[in-house]
Structure formats: structure tokens, C-alpha cells
Ligand binder design. Structure first.
Ligand code: NAP
Length: 523
């Protein structure tokens, strides 16, 4: 019996009218659930979050809120097996895909629980200590960061129903800002179940955790200048949100994590058979196939020196052809489907587009025939590696994000050409560089820095130890300039900035110690 997803608003679970979205199993096409938020009182729900949730959360110190994050993490860990089943059924995840989403969410909660504990009994953050402003020594200023008063609308993408929910909620709740989560409809079952468990446990103050399952309706029109929006999703939706008349009129803060055509660069010193060559090939193949390539951080452009293009091609094609694609419930399967048939059609159309200026090395734009799987109901795409014969002339590979197991090989002659090719992505979340040559690594890292939120530089000493090109670590900045949305999430305490107003308070040196009471250092 398909589930009917509900929304938790105004302190109660509510069902919208009719059906706005169907949630399906991307292997069998089976209907798993439906969602609708039609006719729900969204304005009232936001008001409830602001009037009830915000003061209740802000009555607590950072340390107390951090404790709540730890309790949420423990509660979710206890039901991990059930969540894994949902991720396999609704998102087509393999067990290791599901781990990235589920454990990634729980791990981020735990990380912010630890970090928040270090802020202890504080209620605001001290960004900059006293500075003298005039001749009179006793006229000074400090910069405080004070939690905002509104609600945080978190609009998430379909590919990380758990991590997307908790990586945003952890930071907002620690900051003392109530969460109004809006998971992407097609895979909302996991977020819905997790939210159900957290709400049923009564861990969080009334009004501080709300979830909208179904379409966004006119929610954005009801935001005030106290509220903020954290968005993850496509470039097109990001543009609509940023340009929404209410967002523009009230200057509502918006943090955008949008699409990104990430690159990995292999240095000329990495000879075939070297540890760094092998690490590069392993990482590219892993990035292409994990979550069937549906990671905003996945490697889309593979830059290799022309001298070893043939060796990289052979090694990558061999790995990709060996990747067992199929029903993720099978133990031997390493890559499942994309999340639904709409996404499958978009990925196959994207491959067709890029193929106009590339050649196919493996895979392609036909859905694969897989044993025991109905091609007319499932959403599979073959791991597809393309090659642009002329990297400088290629255009689409730098412009089209194909959100599936697809990457394109590009060749370069020297570091400058590699940097300029990567920059043509127009701003990305992450790039990685593989080399044993520290000069090459640091030169390319600096060259790519202005266009990226994160750069992974792999030398042989960490070839097997690093956390991965596509894995977002809460200690590090997540976001990227330009096309990637110009957002910044996570990055330890830095992530809290979005949820605070930074205010310079000028006054006498007698006043400043009073203001500094109950603050913790932001740095
Ligand atoms: P999407 O179609 O843009 O949808 C994202 C979210 O926006 C969903 O919750 C969707 O709700 C909602 N939405 C749709 N129309 C809206 C509107 N007019 N106003 C406000 N919200 C609206 O993106 P997606 O297809 O789910 O996700 C794939 C994209 O996300 C890829 O491009 C990927 O690169 C990007 N992504 C980025 C990151 C990152 O951290 N930078 C992470 C993951 C994914 P419904 O589902 O109900 O339509």
C-alpha cells in the first residue's frame, strides 16, 4: 500500500489535497507513496515557526542546542537499517550510496553537536573584540553575531534526502533558527520517515522543526525579511528563487548550492602504473558510479595530459565496464539506477547533446538491457565515458551538467591550459588534482582557487587516505562561486554565519563587557 506523505506544520501532521507527486521505485516502477501540500496553511505555518519555534530555541544556549543535535543523531542511528531500505527502494541506492546519504547526515549532526558543545552557555558569538573608534579611549565597538529571528526555509534536491536535510538543519538548529524543510518530492520518503521519528521522540521544542512534503506552492511569497532560504538544486530553480519578487523586495538572504561541472586533473608527472595514476583512475570511476553519478560534487570533466590519455582511457574503460549495474538489492551490484524515469530521460538527452562534440569511449545514450529488469519501467543509465577530440574547441562539456554516471575526458599540454579548461566550468563546487609534484599541486590549486569552493590536492602520501573528491566534509566549506550558486555551507563554525546577523555595536568601554557576557568566540 503506497504511503501518503504528510507535512508537519503548525505543530501537527497534515495532509494536502489530492496528489502533487508520485514516489516510485526506480528499478520496478512500483508506486511507493504520494505527496501533496496543496491547500495547506503555509503562511500560518511559517508564523508558528517564527513565533513559537524561534523563541523556544533561542532560550537555549548553543551548548543545549548542540546536545539536541547529538540526541537526534543517536535516534536516527537506531533506525539506520529501516532508512537504508527506504533509500534502496525510493532512490535506487546501493548500500554504499545509502551510507553516504544516511551516515553523512548523522555524521554532520554529530560533528555540529561536538562543535556546538565548545560554545557552551553562550547565546551570541563574538566576531571581533573591542576596537577604539575615536580620540576618546572609552568609545569603542565590538562585532557580535546574533541569531536571526525568522525561520530557515531549506529547499533540498532529490539526490540527498537525508544528508541534505540534516546538514542544513544541524547548522540552523545550532544557531537557534527554526527549520522549515522542503525535501524534493520524488525521493521525500526518507526525509519524511526521519522527520516522523524525530518529531515523535519530542526532542525539539514546538515549532522548531517543520517539514513540507509536496509542492512548494506560494510559500516563498510568505517569507519576511527575518527569514532565510537555503536552497540546493538546479540552476534554473535557483534563478527563479533568487528572482522571486518577494525575495527581491525584502532582500531575503538566500544561500544557493546549484549545479556544477566539477573537474579532476591528472598531472604530467603521474606515469601509468604509479600510485597517483592509479588513485586518479580509481577516484574518477568511483565518482562516476557512486549514486549513479547523482552527486552535485561528482567529477564531470576528466583532464589528463595528452601523453597519457590512452593509458587513462584504457584503465577507466576497463573499470567502468566491470562495474556491475542492476538492482541495488543484489549484493554484487555496484551501481543502481538514477532516481526516476524523468531523470533518466534528462541524462540520456544530456549524453546526446554532449555526444555532438565528443566520441563515446563506453556507455552511451541508450538505456541498458539488464537481466530481470523491465526497461520500460526502470531508470538505468550505463556508465558513460566520452572524449572531446579538441578540448579547447569543445563547448557543451563545460556548459551542460549531465546529472548521471557520465564524464568527459579532455586532454591538455601544460598546467596553464589545464587551469584555463577547468575555469570554463564557470565556477564549481570542487576540483581535484593528482600529482607527486608539490609545485604542480600548489600552482594548480591556486589557479583554480578563485573558481572553486573546495580543492582536493592528492599526492602519493594521501593517495589512499583522502576522504574523496565528492564527499562533503562538515569541517570544510561546501559551495562554489558562479554557476555553482555562490553559496557557502558548513565549514565548521563558519557555517553559522548565514543564520546570524552581524552587528557592530558602538558604545562606551563600560558597556562592552556587558555585551560580551554570554558570548563565545566565533574564531
Ligand atoms: P530542482 O528541480 O531544482 O529541485 C530542487 C528543489 O526545489 C526541490 O525540492 C523542488 O521541489 C524545489 N522547487 C521546484 N520548483 C521550485 C520553485 N519554483 N521554487 C522553490 N522551490 C522549487 O533540482 P533537483 O532536480 O531536485 O536536483 C538536482 C540538481 O541539484 C542538480 O543540478 C545538482 O547539481 C543540484 N545539486 C546541488 C547540490 C549542491 O550542494 N550544490 C547538491 C545536490 C544537488 P519538488 O521536488 O517538489 O519539485
Amino acid at each position: 500500500m503506497p504511503a501518503t506523505l504528510q507535512s508537519f506544520l503548525n505543530g501537527q501532521w497534515q495532509r494536502g489535497e489530492g496528489v502533487e507527486a508520485e514516489l516510485r521505485n526506480p528499478v520496478s516502477g512500483e508506486l511507493l507513496g504520494t505527496a501533496s501540500a496543496r491547500k495547506l496553511d503555509l503562511a500560518g505555518a511559517l508564523d508558528h515557526a517564527r513565533k513559537i519555534g524561534s523563541p523556544a530555541l533561542q532560550e537555549l544556549t548553543y551548548g543545549r542546542r548542540a546536545k539536541l543535535l547529538g540526541q537526534i543523531a543517536d535516534l536516527l542511528s537506531a533506525s539506520r537499517a529501516r532508512y537504508e531500505d527506504i533509500a534502496i527502494a525510493n532512490s535506487g541506492n546501493t548500500k554504499s550510496d545509502a551510507a553516504i546519504d544516511i551516515d553523512g547526515g548523522i555524521g554532520t549532526l554529530k560533528y555540529y553537536a561536538r562543535l556546538g558543545a565548545s560554545l557552551g552557555d553562550a547565546r551570541s558569538l563574538l566576531d571581533q573584540g573591542p576596537v577604539r573608534l575615536a580620540k576618546a579611549e572609552n568609545f569603542q565597538a565590538i562585532h557580535l553575531m546574533i541569531p536571526r529571528r525568522g525561520a530557515a526555509l531549506h529547499i533540498n534536491a532529490f539526490n540527498f534526502p537525508s544528508w541534505g536535510l540534516w546538514e542544513k538543519a544541524a547548522v540552523a538548529l545550532l544557531a537557534g533558527v527554526p527549520v522549515f524543510a522542503k525535501p524534493a518530492s520524488s525521493t521525500a520518503l526518507l526525509a519524511h520517515e526521519m522527520a516522523r521519528d524525530v518529531i515523535a521522540a519530542g526532542l525539539l521544542p514546538n515549532g522548531s522543526f517543520n517539514i513540507l512534503c509536496g509542492g512548494i506552492g506560494d510559500l516563498v511569497s510568505h517569507l519576511t525579511s527575518d527569514d532565510l532560504i537555503g536552497f540546493t538544486g538546479s540552476h534554473d530553480t535557483a534563478r527563479q528563487i533568487r528572482g522571486h519578487p518577494n525575495v527581491v523586495k525584502r532582500s531575503i538572504p538566500v544561500n544557493i548550492e546549484a549545479d556544477s561541472i566539477n573537474a579532476a586533473v591528472l598531472a604530467p608527472d603521474a606515469a601509468p602504473g604509479s600510485a597517483i595514476f592509479d588513485a586518479f583512475v580509481r577516484e574518477v570511476a568511483r565518482e562516476m558510479t557512486t549514486k549513479a553519478g547523482q552527486k552535485c560534487t561528482a567529477i564531470r570533466r576528466v583532464l589528463v595530459p595528452s601523453s597519457c590519455a590512452k593509458a587513462v582511457t584504457e584503465a577507466l574503460v576497463e573499470r567502468l565496464k566491470k562495474t556491475a549495474v542492476g538492482d541495488p538489492r543484489r549484493e554484487d551490484v555496484r551501481m543502481g539506477p538514477v532516481v526516476n524515469r524523468v531523470q533518466q530521460a534528462a541524462v540520456l538527452a544530456g549524453i546526446d547533446q554532449i555526444m555532438k562534440e565528443t566520441e563515446i569511449l563506453c556507455g552511451g545514450s541508450d538505456a541498458p538491457d539488464l537481466e530481470g529488469i523491465d526497461r520500460t519501467k526502470s531508470a538505468f543509465v550505463s556508465p558513460t565515458l566520452l572524449r572531446a577530440p579538441d578540448a579547447d574547441a569543445a563547448r557543451m562539456v563545460h556548459e551542460i551538467e549531465v546529472f548521471g554516471p557520465v564524464a568527459t575526458l579532455l586532454t591538455f599540454e601544460d598546467a596553464d591550459q589545464a587551469i584555463s579548461l577547468v575555469r570554463r566550468g564557470g565556477g564549481s563546487l570542487v576540483a581535484s588534482i593528482f600529482s607527486a609534484d608539490m609545485d604542480f599541486l600548489s600552482r594548480v590549486a591556486r589557479g583554480l582557487g578563485p573558481g572553486h569552493g573546495r580543492v582536493l590536492a592528492v599526492d602519493p602520501s594521501i593517495a589512499k587516505e583522502h576522504t574523496g573528491h565528492g564527499i562533503v566534509m562538515p569541517q570544510c566549506n561546501h559551495g562554489g562561486p558562479g554557476r555553482a550558486g555562490n553559496g557557502e555551507e558548513l565549514g565548521g563554525l563558519y557555517g553559522l554565519r548565514f543564520y546570524h546577523q552581524r552587528v557592530a555595536i558602538q558604545g562606551s568601554s563600560d558597556l562592552l563587557p556587558h555585551l560580551q557576557a554570554e558570548t563565545a568566540s566565533f574564531h
